[in-house]
Every structure is written in C-alpha cells, then in structure tokens.
Design a protein around this ligand. Structure first.
Ligand SMILES: [Fe+2]
Ligand SMILES: [Fe+2]
Length: 264
C-alpha cells in the first residue's frame, strides 16, 4: 500500500497568495500533478489540515477544485486555519466521511492499513486538542481492530517538536491520547502537519511524522525565539510505503526542478 500525504496548503482566495507571497495554490497543483504521475500509484492521499488560509468558503472551493484533480481517493481533516463547517460542507461524504461538522472523526476501512482521521482543532485557537469524547471514540475504534496495521492522521502533532508551533501553541490532552496510543502496538504512525517541516518523533510506542507544506516552509529555529518565520520554497509532500515485509517506510518528496537523473 502506498499513501501520499499532503499538508498545510493554506490556500487564499482566487488570485491571491498566502501571506501575499506564497503561491500555495500553484504549488498544490504541482504536487497533485506529481502524485498523479507516480509509479506505483498511491492507493489514497491524506490531507492533514490548514487547507485554507482563513477558512473561507471561496478558499475551500479553490482548494477542492485542485484536490479533485487527484486520480485517487483523498481524505481531509481540518487544521487551525480551517473552518469545520465550510470544510465539511465541501468535502463530506467522499472526502471527510464524518457524521457531522462538530465531530470530524472517521475511519476508512478500505485498505490494508486502517486509516483513522481525527479533528485536533480548537475553534479560534492555534493549538490542538483531543478531548475526552474524542479519546473515548478513538479507544473504541482501536479496540475494534487491535491487530490491523493502523495510521492516525490529524493536523496537530500531539507532542512537542522543539519549534514554536508545538511548544508554544500547545496540545491539550497529550497524556489522554498518549495513554491510549501506547496500548496499541498496531499503530504504525501518527501523520500530522502544522509545523510546516518534516520531522519524526518517537512517542508512546509509535512515531509521529509531520509533512512539509505547500511551499510555505518553516524557518527551522530550535532556539524557540519569536517570531516564527517562514521561507517561500519548493512544495513537498510525503509518501508512506507499506512494505510487503510489513513495515511502513516514509519518504519526503520536494517538487522542484532538478539536474538529472544520472546513472550511479
Ligand atoms: Fe499551517
Ligand atoms: Fe496549523
């Protein structure tokens, strides 16, 4: 099984750039085209939030028009820059199959790896949360299939990554979630976004992996000095390949002009 993982497109209104400088819609189109040309083909694409710049319907529709050019099923969860209601109204059923916009949590059972999407957002706050109700929901779902390889995908990393976006924004319910995660050895990975940077963190007997953004990449500064800054750079996404020997391998792909390929 092959999963492509896109995050943090931050798409502004038609004709606009994110923060006035980052062509994130064009970058998302580049990644969609790149993913469509991959061989082997991915089975599906996960989109881990901050899909829009400000949660506006125009922004959701602009993003949706690009994502719907993917040749594969794709699934979205919201980030702190999104609005649950606009996101759900555009993507529900096929791409966000939750019961309602107030509880965007769902399970995709169609693949060798079980996919659990969770809404880690807190309205009008930059940080994340998994509340008691969500934690109970997750534990019930995990208990349904404790042997099947599983990926959880959500916007916020539930653990500090050594950058302001986690260590300052915060995450409510880290222990609540971690206590559940640690009980299930079948959780191959927790896939996130939010920090606009590739990172991998061992946490609660699994690995949290974050994807880069659609060209709005974090200026890595481990001093945690404010303010947080970004570079306008090449867009990147991740590929998670479930090997026939039953281990998940993750690669980060940057879509940019390169010199090559040459023979080794
Ligand atoms: Fe973001
Ligand atoms: Fe975010």
């Amino acid at each position: 099984m092959l999963i492509a993982h896109i995050s943090d497109s931050h798409i502004a209104g038609f004709g606009e750039k994110a923060y006035g400088v980052a062509p994130t819609a064009e970058n998302l189109s580049l990644c969609v085209n790149h993913i469509n040309r991959l061989r082997p083909q991915p089975d599906c694409v996960l989109v881990t939030g901050d899909i829009t710049f400000d949660g506006l319907m125009e922004e959701v529709q602009r993003t949706s028009a690009i994502l719907k050019k993917l040749n594969y099923p794709f699934y979205v969860v919201p980030g702190n820059h999104d609005d649950r209601a606009t996101l759900f109204s555009e993507f529900s059923k096929n791409h966000c199959p939750a019961n309602n916009e107030n509880f965007i949590n769902y399970v995709i059972e169609d693949y060798e790896i079980r996919l659990i999407g969770m809404d880690s957002t807190i309205p009008d706050a930059p940080g994340g949360e998994i509340c008691t109700q969500q934690a109970q929901w997750l534990e019930t779902r995990l208990a349904d299939q404790p042997e099947q390889p599983t990926i959880i995908f959500m916007h916020h990393p539930p653990v500090n990554c050594g950058v302001l976006e986690t260590d300052e924004d915060g995450f409510k319910g880290t222990k609540r979630l971690g206590d559940i995660i640690a009980k299930y050895a079948n959780i191959e990975r927790i896939l996130c976004g939010h920090i606009h940077l590739e990172a991998h963190i061992k946490w609660c007997e699994t690995i949290v992996s974050t994807a880069p953004s659609m060209g709005l990449q974090l200026n890595l500064d481990l001093t945690l000095k404010k303010p947080s800054q970004f570079y306008v750079d090449s867009p990147g996404y991740q590929l998670h390949f479930y090997h026939q020997e039953k281990h998940l391998i993750s690669h980060t792909v940057y879509v940019k002009d390169r010199n090559g390929p040459y023979l080794f």
